[in-house]
Design a protein around this ligand. Structure first.
Ligand code: PLP
Length: 363
């Protein structure tokens, strides 16, 4: 039994550090007696949009997956359209494309950033391709200038998946503001996490935001009067109130993540491939050819790790039939990636302990 145990992630200490602010916000909602589509949602939408710049609009939704689905529909993706997507971000992006009625077309990723390889767009585009979902995976921004240039060339819509990258900047510009819209998840473990399911769509185009507002509730423009087909996906008042509190801490928490990542990067043994610098380190993902043995060694040393993600979407039963070209980098990375502990409350002593355990393995 090891004297030290390093958890992969813990959520209670983060909540505890702002407990007073959260309690005040919860009491405000309880006292208001308003639980859906009320003042907290409106305020959060205003504040989240303002965080991203004066020209942005935000629409609160029930989850990140719904933000992707509704984002695609709000951007005008039609049934049967082809939408480019990567396969290494778990199932949500591809599930959202299918739920929007479109056809996912898998693209391979850049071996260093694990994000969409812009050259893949040239290889996979057809006359039916109308959009793409670009995931800023692990908190690292994708190559948006190169992607945007191709999107303009081919007339495609760009939906950024910012579920793992709240507050990340590329060339000083926040993710979610590069493409036609940005989809955010506030799943509890995210850099900006609610205390349950929650999501949002961000766009500088008021007509996209307006369409997303209709789509989140039965296509209602006026109460009980539907303008288009849709079901329902709302961000509730309690979650909005929690997110308003947490948004104020996002940049500080991200700065701590970046400092912890820097400490990891400086101490990683040479035989281990570390992640690139930049972004907000939602996850700290290393690459090792002997990944499973390394994971077992760390577990023996008391260090919990995880794999994001062990099975690429194109190898999963519901999506295996989709047409695609080769995805060699995606498939290799699925065998090699290993996520080390990373969260703002992780102590530097525990980072040093993880590094020591890695060095013992390599010795
Ligand atoms: C990259 C990515 N996209 C989308 C989602 C979906 O978000 P949610 O769980 O809020 O539906 C997640 C998180 O689970 C994610 O990591």
């Amino acid at each position: 039994m090891n004297s030290r145990q390093v958890a992969f992630n813990v959520l209670a200490p983060g909540v505890q550090s702002i407990r007073g602010e959260l309690d005040t916000a919860i009491a405000r909602v309880l006292d208001s007696g308003w639980f859906l589509m009320g003042p907290e949602l409106q305020a959060f939408e205003r504040e989240f949009a303002a965080y991203h710049g004066t020209e942005q609009h935000a629409v609160g939704l029930g989850s990140g997956t719904d933000a992707l689905r509704i984002g695609l529909l709000a951007l005008g993706i039609q049934p049967g359209d082809e939408v480019l997507v990567t396969a290494n971000a778990g199932v949500p992006p591809v599930a959202a494309v299918v739920a929007a009625g479109a056809r996912p077309v898998f693209c391979d990723v850049d071996p260093h950033t694990h994000t969409l390889d812009p050259d893949e767009i040239d290889r996979r585009v057809t006359s039916h391709t109308t959009g793409m979902v670009v995931v800023h995976l692990y908190g690292h921004p994708a190559d948006m200038p190169a992607i945007g240039e191709r999107a303009r060339r081919y007339g495609m819509k760009v939906l950024e998946d910012c579920a793992q990258a709240h507050g990340a900047r590329l060339n000083g510009r926040l993710v979610g503001t590069w493409g036609d819209a940005g989809a955010f998840s506030f799943y509890p473990t995210k850099n900006l996490g609610a205390l349950g399911d929650a999501g949002a769509l961000l766009s500088a185009d008021p007509s996209v935001a307006e369409r997303a507002r209709l789509l989140r509730m039965y296509g209602w423009k006026r109460k009980y009067v539907s303008e288009l087909h849709s079901t329902v996906s709302r961000l509730d008042e309690l979650q909005a109130a929690m997110l308003r509190v947490k948004l104020r801490h996002l940049d500080d928490w991200n700065a701590v993540r970046v400092d912890l990542a820097e400490r990891y990067l400086e101490g990683l043994p040479e035989w281990l491939v570390g992640p690139p610098r930049g972004g907000v380190f939602h996850l700290f993902v290393v690459q090792a050819r002997n990944r499973d043995a390394l994971k077992a060694h760390l577990a023996d040393s008391g260090v919990a790790t995880d794999v994001h993600y062990p099975l690429p979407a194109h190898e999963q039963t519901p999506y295996a039939e989709l047409a695609r070209g080769p995805l060699p980098t995606t498939e290799r990375l699925a065998r090699e990636v290993l996520s080390l502990p990373m969260y703002p409350e992780l102590s530097t002593e525990n980072v040093d302990y993880v590094l020591k355990a890695l060095r013992v393995y390599g010795a």
